[in-house]
Design a protein around this ligand. Structure first.
Ligand code: KIV
Length: 293
């Protein structure tokens, strides 16, 4: 049983986390926590646990919708899940992940779709993948007052260009390019950066060179904070688990155990028991029987 009192999880006194809060945490050297969420109950638990930021990631496509990668995810799917997450959150910073082809075609489309995340998805900010090639889109979105988080390193929407889900920035040339991209995104006005699957010492170097917070996923301890895909952390996604994931639970196995127990109970007719059953007063039952006689 937990030794923490319910008050330890209370969010009543927690202030709304903003992009400024994250920047202040970096300045104070306080680690930032971020996880992905796609539904109301998970977001509620995360907010009550005190998480700094929640990303409605396009990893939705893989871990919830069962697609082979993130490419098929649409704006409508993202917005549907953003709204569910937002209903559960009072304090955590909410970041909506712009799906493939929602910001690459034109700056106008990028701006319109970013706006939809705030207007129709109740998000506080958006995230998009890529470096120098995305600067125009980033500037346009920021110009509308929408905070943008960058994402460098392993950018899953470029999985085919990258030749698979593989670590990035492992050569001097690639590492220099990634550092340059980080500086460009900071200069453009991004409030933070996700660094995914890059060498720890490169992530640490980037973190020291930029003034905005870095959130690492498979990028070592030198980042300003850590982010994981929640279904990996909970052991809910059994297709594969990246090397950089720490599994805090095995919910897939727990779910299977619960479902098997249900099937067994149904087959044995041991569920529902009396306490799960609706009763009818005897006199009403007898009146019914008289009525039917
Ligand atoms: O979509 C996602 O979940 C992400 C995280 C891996 C950072 O972009």
């Amino acid at each position: 049983m937990s030794t923490l009192s319910p008050a330890s999880f209370s969010t009543s006194e927690r202030k709304k986390v903003t992009t400024l809060t994250l920047r202040q945490k970096k300045a104070r050297g306080e680690p930032i926590s971020m996880l992905t969420a796609y539904d109301y109950p998970t977001a509620l638990a995360m907010d009550q646990a005190g998480l700094d930021a929640i990303l409605v990631g396009d990893s939705l496509g893989m871990v919830v919708l069962g697609y082979p990668n993130t490419l098929p995810v649409t704006m409508e799917e993202m917005l549907h899940h953003c709204r569910a997450v937002a209903r559960g959150v009072k304090s955590a910073l909410l970041i909506g992940d712009m799906p493939f082809m929602s910001y690459q075609v034109s700056v106008e489309e990028a701006l319109r779709n970013a706006g939809r995340f705030l207007q129709q998805g109740s998000m506080d900010a958006v995230k998009l993948e890529g470096g120098r090639e995305r600067l125009d889109a980033v500037r346009a979105i920021l110009g509308a007052g929408i905070p943008v988080m960058g994402h460098l390193g392993l950018t899953p929407q470029s999985v085919h260009q990258l030749g698979g889900f593989r670590p990035q920035g492992r050569t001097a040339v690639a590492a220099k390019r990634l550092l340059e991209d980080a500086l460009l995104l900071e200069e453009a006005g991004c409030f933070g950066l996700v660094l995914e699957s890059v060498p720890a010492r490169l992530a640490e170097l980037v973190t020291k060179r930029v003034h905005i917070p870095t959130l690492g996923i498979g990028a070592g301890l030198g980042c300003d904070g850590q982010v994981l895909v929640t279904h990996d952390l909970l052991g809910l996604f059994e297709r594969f688990t990246p090397k950089f994931v720490k599994k805090y639970a095995d919910f897939h196995a727990d779910m299977k155990r619960a479902f098997r127990a249900f099937i067994t109970d149904v087959e044995a007719k041991s569920f529902p028991a009396e306490e799960h059953t609706v009763e009818m007063p005897d006199e009403e039952w007898e009146a019914l029987l008289r009525e039917l006689a």
